[in-house]
Design a binder for this molecule. Structure first.
Ligand code: F6R
Length: 241
């Protein structure tokens, strides 16, 4: 486990931008797993502006809202198009994404797992941290699932995503498709970025608590090659430093 403790969100963004840029330069055929959310916004702006060749890269996003078509403005696919994909020379055929509007969601999940396997697995998976400890959309609860699956979203998660739905959390779909814990833990390298005081409790549980389904991100402690990039505010809840 590598822990980069930096001053603030900008410093965390610079650190992760450097990590991803190096990975793409060293491995032009990189298979890259990606999150959406507020945390990577500046990261994607920096990657979009960097002189990087994405022509050989393949990407797989972590999750998508059930029911939403890729061109729905609230979809994660639309978010990625807006903030990263349209700014880099990533071939459209190299973008792996879950279809929220799939008629058969179980078949869609199986298709996604097979597509990731066919790509040789994920080399570098970037993840964010839910304020409730979720990773991807693996929400805290009694149990976790290994494979890509449909998950009901907690109200707190829907509220956190309300911005792209006119601020109305009830307009945020009630469930999502997400990579499961096997996809997260079998990525060859994981980089977790979390910043801000709203993540402090989740960061403390993730790093210092037991491995528990109550904090899905705590399972990253078991990953053999995980890098945490955290700012001071996000680590303010830790008792052990
Ligand atoms: C989104 C995802 C989520 C977010 C998490 C943090 O694709 O997988 O796990 O990474 O909810 O979101 P922000 O960055 O908005 O705080």
């Amino acid at each position: 486990m590598t822990l980069h403790l930096v001053d603030d969100h900008d410093a965390a963004t610079r650190r992760v931008t450097a990590l991803v840029s190096t990975a793409i330069r060293e491995t032009p055929s990189l298979v890259l797993g990606l999150p959406t959310g507020r945390t990577p916004l500046a990261l994607y702006a920096a990657l979009g502006a960097a002189a990087l060749d994405w022509s050989g890269v393949r990407t797989f996003n972590l999750d998508e809202f059930v029911t939403l078509a890729p061109d729905h403005p609230g979809s994660f696919r639309a978010f990625m198009d807006e903030h990263l994909f349209r700014h880099v020379n990533l071939p459209p055929a190299s973008i792996g994404f879950l279809r929220g509007d799939a008629a058969d969601t179980a078949a869609e999940c199986a298709r996604y797992d097979a597509a990731i396997a066919a790509a040789g697995g994920v080399d570098l998976l970037l993840v964010g941290l839910g304020g409730n400890g979720h990773i991807g959309f693996n929400e805290p609860g009694e149990s976790l699932r290994a494979e890509t699956h449909v998950v009901p979203l907690h109200e707190s998660t829907r509220r956190a995503n309300a911005e792209r739905f006119g601020g109305d959390w009830q307009a945020v779909p009630a469930s999502a498709l997400t990579m499961g814990m096997r996809q997260v833990l079998s990525a060859r390298r994981v980089v977790m970025m979390a910043t801000g005081a709203s993540k402090a409790d989740a960061v403390a549980a993730m790093l210092d608590g037991p491995l528990t389904t109550r904090c899905p991100a705590s399972w990253l402690q078991a990953h053999p090659d995980v890098t945490f990039v955290l700012d001071r505010a996000a680590t303010s809840g830790r008792r052990v430093r």
